[in-house]
Design a protein around this ligand. Structure first.
Ligand code: NAD
Length: 466
């Protein structure tokens, strides 16, 4: 039988369209930029980037403004979708996270050219796009990371292909669609950010290996950062943390208790920056715990702690790993499992340093509290509990030596003094926000400048005016 090329093409198009229509619909919306295969996504984003190169910085900024506007308008939709899909976190807190992304992610103003002039003329250094960036995003902040990355990467003049976490892909892809709708309304090209309907390890590998992708960014645990750094491409890795918080006896202990509950319970402790274990001076420990209880915490003791361990962690051969079914769940769910009917923001318990609640990055609204005798012991244990991630650490103290000594010893990317953890990403603290904190590769709090290449242009004997 003779079948013409055009007929085959027509059938392929119909099938592809059918698959797309069937799968890339979230909340009743056909998602723009979300493709059935990574191959198609890559072809589309490559085309978009070639068109995007002709756009001015002012046009980029117009697109960023629209993304801000759409994100604010849809913050609640995305928060609800995220909790529904992942079963993790709190809707009210996820709304705040989207508002933070919309309001405090830098745009093109973050790109700062520099110039050197002198007897030999003028040299200009500008921040140029990489091209198409491949980004891998986590389940803990699915839409927030997509939007935050997209804003910074587009501000830097790039296009983006996402391979979102498979357990959060509807939410992440909803954000991909939002970015595309905003870009199109601002007069930008189609498919400036793309993704796949069902991301897998294979689609991730295809993305990493594609010659279309010039730079890689991963936000997630140690596995993905390692995979990325073995890719042979320029890579930004934003990895795991296990942030300790120290409270000494010079602190405003009442405020410290309130701040720690706010930070550690925010979005059920999903943020990588959230307080995950507390080291408190013995002489103020009771006061701190009392303040935490006044501010929405629930104290569990003795055998109840062991029961919660069995809910939150899986033990095998003396080693613990987190029970993924309980990551980011409400505190009431843990308490219900052990027969307690209460709905606090945070569960607190006193443990020793070696307890798995201190050692594991739980990402659950459970905060272990370890009593210490002095600052030497506090710093020593806090640095050990951070496991060398050099991610984030916190302290409540008015003693300048304590503040300085801990910061120097722990060497984290973010160090917050006398505030809830989220002040470190610009919520109630100075500075811009990001949802990709690159400790392992050193970019720190990523923004548009992190997604650019520095290029130098030299003019000899001219253009300088002095
Ligand atoms: P995760 O590591 O399970 O997944 C992150 C992403 O990486 C997902 O898209 C996943 O599919 C992919 N992935 C995982 N292993 C991979 C591999 N070997 N090769 C390729 N892709 C791989 O993380 P999660 O549970 O979604 O998020 C929680 C973790 O991420 C925590 O450890 C948290 O501290 C960290 N995190 C860090 C930051 C940061 O800015 N540093 C931000 C958010 C979350």
């Amino acid at each position: 039988m003779n079948i013409s090329e055009s007929y085959i093409q027509e059938i392929v198009e119909k099938v592809v369209k059918g698959v797309k229509t069937e799968n890339a619909i979230v909340n009743g919306r056909q998602l723009k930029g979300v493709f059935p295969t990574m191959g198609e996504a890559l072809v589309a984003v490559d085309k978009a980037y070639k068109e995007f190169k002709a756009y001015s910085v002012a046009q980029r900024e117009k697109m960023i403004s629209k993304i801000r506007e759409y994100t604010l308008a849809e913050a609640e939709n995305m928060a609800v979708l995220g909790v529904k899909e992942t079963k993790m976190g709190r809707v009210s807190d996820k709304i705040i996270k989207h508002q933070l992304v919309a309001n405090k992610t830098p745009g093109t103003e973050d790109l700062k050219p520099s110039v050197m002039t002198g007897d030999d003329g003028m040299t200009l250094v500008e921040m140029a796009p990489y091209g198409v960036i491949g980004s891998i995003t986590p389940s803990t902040n699915p839409s927030e990371t997509v939007i935050c990355n997209a804003m910074g990467m587009i501000a830097g003049g790039n296009a983006v292909v996402f391979n979102p976490h498979p357990n959060a892909c509807d939410t992440a892809n909803y954000a991909v669609d939002l970015v595309n709708r905003a870009v199109l309304e601002a007069g930008g090209p189609e498919n400036l950010v793309v993704s796949v309907v069902k991301p897998t390890r294979e689609s991730s590998n295809e993305m990493m290996a594609s010659p279309i992708v010039r730079m890689l960014v991963a936000t997630g645990g140690p596995g993905v950062v390692k995979a990325l750094l073995s890719s042979g491409k320029k890579a930004i890795g934003a990895g795991a943390g296990n942030p300790p918080v120290i409270v000494d006896d010079t602190a405003d202990v009442k405020k410290a208790g309130a701040d720690i509950v706010k930070g550690a319970s925010f979005d059920n402790n999903l943020p990588c920056i959230a307080e995950k274990e507390c080291f408190v001076f013995n002489n103020v420990a009771d006061k701190l715990i009392a303040s935490m209880l006044e501010n929405g915490a629930y104290l569990v003791k003795g055998a109840d702690i062991d029961k919660i361990v069995k809910v939150a962690l899986i033990e095998k051969d003396g080693k613990y790993s987190i029970n993924k079914d309980f990551v980011g769940r409400d505190a009431s769910k843990f308490l219900k499992e052990i027969g307690i009917d209460a709905d606090p923001r945070l569960i607190i318990c006193e443990t020793d340093f070696n307890h798995p609640f201190v050692q594991e990055e739980l990402m659950m609204p459970i905060l272990p509290i370890v009593r210490v005798n002095n600052i030497d012991e506090a710093i020593d244990l806090a640095v050990k509990a951070e496991h060398g991630n050099r991610h984030t650490a916190h302290i409540h103290s008015k003693n300048i030596d304590h503040l300085t000594r801990f910061a120097r010893a722990v060497e984290t990317t973010i160090f917050v003094k006398n505030a809830p953890s989220y002040a470190g990403i610009g919520a109630g603290g100075e500075g811009y926000t990001t949802f990709t904190i690159a400790g392992p590769t050193g970019e720190g709090l990523t923004a548009a400048h992190s997604f650019t290449r520095s290029r130098r242009c030299v003019m000899v004997d001219g253009l300088h005016i002095v």
